[in-house]
Ligand binder design. Structure first.
Ligand code: CAA
Length: 380
């Protein structure tokens, strides 16, 4: 067993740390306040190779392992979870899905531009009445020989307004249930495709989340990924990897809040000494540090499983379930350590607390992760 990172992984971790400090930190509060998408920052992340991290270099990717990806996610999320979710969705849900299951023509047409960050992508599964219950798709993709006719609404879509390429899950044959679902590549600007209003959110306010409407959108047959009826499996397999990315995001949010609380507790004085010298605070730091380390081990193990070609459904679900709880608990405690200052935006911890909540909700709620975990342990 070897817990050390390679030279290359350490270098990538440092690059992400530097980028987060120099490029993300300066305007993160303003972006959060104004719900401003980090357009320039995303462009720079593309130049650094963060948007197609695991994609083969022949498609413009960085050809790195999943460990490197989670290291980058962790570092970016310490500072700006709005930026990191853009990275996570583009890497895990869009690029990985296209590279693993797309045709050569689809990869040539879309993957290279997505992996270099020239454009970004979105993953469209959730609907007004199909969130956790993802097989209940109301969006339809009716087979019209040379094209599919797409109709319906998708909700809470990350990168909803800024993406150029959308992977849309829709029901083709209702009688076949989840085996009658397809995934289609939809381009921004196709006739009948409308982007709905932007959501006004509690956290990750810099990421742009929209509903999407499809009204008789003609999607060419060659835009279907995989065989007829593969759409639900595609969604499940893609989300299994996505959950590792979100687990790393949660880990980063927790670690970022902990680092701020540690620093503050060594500076702030009360009752004649730095507050870190009071056991009430020191024990909070001890709990945070221990739980973050435990979460880190789960996240790295899930990434390692993926890199080894092992099944990562269970380890990814456990990592997301636990790391998102640690993110929530740690950020609440980090605000507490900061006292009145914790409630003020310029100290950053209140934003991290707001950002933490979504990690228990998207890419499968904590309750869904427990379904995945319990089914897996009961089956084995
Ligand atoms: N890999 C491959 N196949 C899988 C799979 C996996 N990990 N998990 C399930 N499947 C397959 C099953 O084998 C089954 O196929 P067969 O009948 O051929 O065996 C099929 O999928 C249906 O599975 P279930 O019978 O288990 O379906 P279910 O209705 O009980 O639901 C669920 C399963 C795990 C609850 C699933 O619905 C789920 O994951 N729900 C949560 C959805 C989710 O994560 N949404 C997130 C939205 S995306 C997002 O947030 C992105 C963003 O923008 C940030």
């Amino acid at each position: 067993m070897d817990f050390s990172l390679t030279e290359e992984q350490l270098m990538i971790q440092q690059a992400a740390r530097d980028f987060a400090q120099t490029e993300l930190l300066p305007e993160v509060i303003e972006r959060d306040d104004a719900q401003r998408f980090p357009k320039e920052e995303v462009k720079k992340m593309g130049e650094l190779g963060f948007l197609g991290m695991m994609v083969d270099s022949k498609y413009g990717g960085s050809n790195l392992d999943t460990i490197s990806y989670v290291l980058v996610m962790e570092e970016l999320s310490k500072i700006d979870a709005s930026a990191s979710v853009i990275v996570s969705v583009n890497n895990s849900l869009v690029c990985w899905g296209l590279e693993t299951y797309g045709s050569e023509a689809q990869k040539e047409k879309y993957l290279t531009r997505l992996a270099t960050g020239e454009i970004i992508g979105a993953f469209c599964l959730s609907e007004p009445e199909a969130g956790s219950d993802a097989t209940s798709q109301k969006t339809t993709a009716i087979d019209k020989d040379d094209h599919y006719l797409l109709n319906g609404t998708k909700n809470w879509i990350t990168n909803g307004g800024t993406a150029e390429v959308y992977l849309v899950i829709a029901q083709t044959d209702r009688e076949k249930g989840h085996k009658g679902i397809n995934v289609l590549i939809v381009e921004k600007g196709m006739d009948g495709f409308e982007i709905g209003p932007k959501e006004n959110k509690l956290g990750i306010r810099g990421s742009d989340t929209h509903s999407l409407n499809f009204n008789d959108v003609k999607v060419p047959k060659e835009n279907r990924i995989g065989d007829d009826g593969f759409g639900f499996k595609f969604a499940m397999k893609t989300l299994a990897g996505g959950r590792i990315g979100i687990a790393a995001q949660a880990l980063g949010i927790a670690a970022g809040a902990y680092e701020l609380a540690l620093k503050y507790s060594k500076e702030r004085k009360a009752f004649g000494t730095e507050i870190a010298n009071h056991q009430a605070i020191a024990f909070k730091l001890a709990d945070m540090h221990t739980q973050i380390q435990a979460a880190r081990h789960l996240v790295y193990k899930a990434a390692w499983d993926k890199d080894q070609g092992e099944n990562y459904d269970l380890s990814g679900a456990m990592a997301k379930l636990y790391a998102s709880k640690v993110a929530m608990d740690t950020t609440i405690e980090a605000v507490q350590v900061h006292g009145g200052n914790g409630f003020v935006k310029e100290y950053h911890v209140e934003r991290l607390m707001r950002d933490a909540k979504i990690t228990q909700i998207y890419e499968g709620t904590s309750e869904i992760q427990k379904i995945v975990i319990s089914r897996s342990i009961l089956r084995d």
